[in-house]
Every structure is written in C-alpha cells, then in structure tokens.
Design a protein around this ligand. Structure first.
Ligand SMILES: [Zn+2]
Ligand SMILES: [Zn+2]
Length: 337
C-alpha cells in the first residue's frame, strides 16, 4: 500500500534521472510525485502545499533518509544567474567518482589536471584557456592524443562538468561545484573561496578592493546587497566601494589576463604527488607561511622556482594597481563557521 514515503521515492527517481535541476523544476517534480502516489490508491490523499515551509519540511525529510547513504539533496545558487539549483550529491566521496561511468581513468586524470589548473589560476581567475587545458595532456603526462583531448574537453562541457566561455576559457560548472564539492574541498581548501554573504563556494563574482580584506561576493549577492539593501560599504572592512561594479576586483574569468598562462603546480605532501617531477628535487616545498607578510600569499607553490623572481616581480607590480588578497590565516579564520 502506497504511503507518503513513496512520494520521496518517486521524487528521488525523477531527480536522479536529471542530474542538476532548477528549484522551479524540483518543485514541479515534487507536486507530480504527490499526484502519482495519490493516484495509485484511492484511499490516499496526501496533501500538497507549494510554499517554502512545506518544501523545507519535504527536503529535510528526504535528507534524513539520504543521510544514512552519505547522500544529500543539495541546493546551490547558480553563480551567474543566482537561480536555485539542486542535485543529489555524494557527501563523502572526495574523489571524482561521479565521472567514472562516462569516462575512462585516463580521461578522468585529464579532467582532474584541468580542475587543478582552474583552482590554481592566478588572481582568482578560476579558469583556464583552451590552450592551457590541452597543454595538460603533456605536462600531466596523460596518454591521449590532442584530437582525443579536444573531443573529451567538448564532452566535459556537453555533460555539464565544465563551462566554456566565449573567450574560450574553461571554468567549473554549477554541476561540478555541487557534485564535486567534497573533492574540491579536500584537495583545494586553500584556494576555495566562499561568498561573504551566502557562504556558498565562489568562483565568479567580485572582491573588495581594500588590501587584505577578505570579502568576496557573488554577482547576485552583490546586486542584492547594493540594490535591495542600498548598502555602499564593504560588509567586512566597511570601506566605501566604488559606484561601478567594474571598479571592484573581479573574481573568475574577468580576472584572467593575457600572459597568465604560466602553469601552476601544487606541491603536495610527500608520497602522493605526481607533480614532484616538476619541482626541483633539492628544494623543499615552500610553505604558505613563508609568504606571509608579502601581501600576496595566495599560492603554495608555483610551477617552477626558476621563474619565481620574475613571477614575484610581476606580482609586486600588479599590487600597485590591484589590491592584495587576504592572508592564509585570515582566510582560514573566515572559512570557519
Ligand atoms: Zn553569494
Ligand atoms: Zn572590504
């Protein structure tokens, strides 16, 4: 005999077949699930109310069930439109297992190498050019031809794992930000930023121009803050912000500049890194603390130390026109809840 739990089951099946879906569609599926279950038994009359409270009760009930399976029906706001997006996500897996059914291990290695370049991009650009993405085939020693690499890249875009911009740069999609969050958090905790207002992951938006201020806002959060709330000052440092959004510091593709194509490699702790060959053997990994006080302690390590001076000079000169980014310590403090 059908029960209210069948609504949950029917709904989850519908969600699973869709991957990432908008909040509006999720609510339509919820209503349809109630209809389907009610229709299965004349004696059954499960009430359907479409309001936020009822939706919260429904999603909480679903998540209580999913929790035992380390799954979650999770909400994230699309970084470009601000729309509600949902997906069923694995809360535990800190691997990109979600790609395993569609891609070979070599293709997944290519995906991870691209994600690494996106996460380590200079100036919080969180994106990589097509050229640099394909270059990873060589640098990351991935046994794949360039033409196959191009096909796989297009597939990452068509399946919604990566976004490709008009400029030809790849960045993380809403799907990746939702489904690969545990992987991103466990591998790139130092590079990951969160929005000061909504606390969700931020890879596109704006940064406060004040040196050492940690504030990052999504575009939609910024709009809401400025237009609806009429606030002109930074929510953290309280300095007055420029009138135009373009005068704030961009985060995401807008932050990328020509000549930013230098490859960056994370020096990981001993034993697990496939990047070790790139780092000179006799130089120990640079710790983030060594960069403290330099005003730009964003990266743990650059691709090769030979060009380091050049890189730092470049960075110094940029500091005059662009604010420095917060120190690791500040960031860690702010990321704690
Ligand atoms: Zn936000
Ligand atoms: Zn600020």
């Amino acid at each position: 005999m059908p029960t209210i739990r069948d609504v949950d089951r029917v709904f989850l099946q519908a969600v699973l077949s869709r991957g990432v879906l908008s909040g509006a569609l999720a609510k339509v599926l919820w209503e349809k699930s109630v209809e389907v279950v009610n229709a299965a038994d004349e004696g059954l009359d499960i009430e359907f109310v479409n309001n936020d409270d009822a939706w919260n009760v429904f999603t909480t009930r679903i998540n209580n069930t999913l929790d035992k399976l380390d799954l979650e029906f999770r909400l994230v706001h699309d970084e470009l439109s601000g729309r509600d997006m949902y997906a069923l996500v694995n809360t535990k897996g800190d691997e990109v297992a979600q790609l395993a059914t569609d891609y070979t291990p070599i293709e997944i290695a290519f995906f991870k190498a691209i994600v690494e370049q996106i996460m380590l991009a200079s100036r919080e650009a969180y994106s990589v050019s097509s050229l640099a993405a394909l270059r990873e085939l060589t640098f990351a020693k991935i046994n794949m031809t360039k033409s196959h690499g191009e096909i796989v890249l297009a597939s990452f875009v068509s399946k919604g794992w990566l976004m490709k911009s008009i400029r030809g740069r790849y960045s993380l999609s809403t799907r990746s930000l939702l489904e690969l969050q545990p992987y991103l958090k466990s591998n790139y905790s130092e590079e990951l930023r969160e929005c000061t207002l909504c606390m969700e992951i931020l890879t596109r938006g704006i940064a406060c121009p004040t040196a050492n201020c940690n504030t990052r806002l999504h575009f939609h959060c910024f709009k809401n803050y400025r237009q609806r709330q009429g606030r002109k000052n930074c929510p953290s440092c309280q300095n007055e912000w420029p009138r135009e959004i373009k005068d704030l510091v961009p985060v995401g593709e807008e932050a990328a500049r020509d000549g930013d194509e230098k490859r960056r490699v994370r020096v990981r702790s001993a034993g697990v890194s496939d990047d070790e060959e790139e780092a000179p053997e006799d130089s120990p990994p640079r710790k983030s603390s060594q960069r403290k006080g330099k005003g730009k302690p964003r990266r743990k390590a650059e691709a090769d130390d030979e060009d380091e001076d050049e890189e730092e000079e470049e960075e110094e000169s940029q500091m005059q026109t662009q604010p420095s980014h917060p120190s690791q310590t500040q960031k860690r403090r702010s990321s704690r809840r």
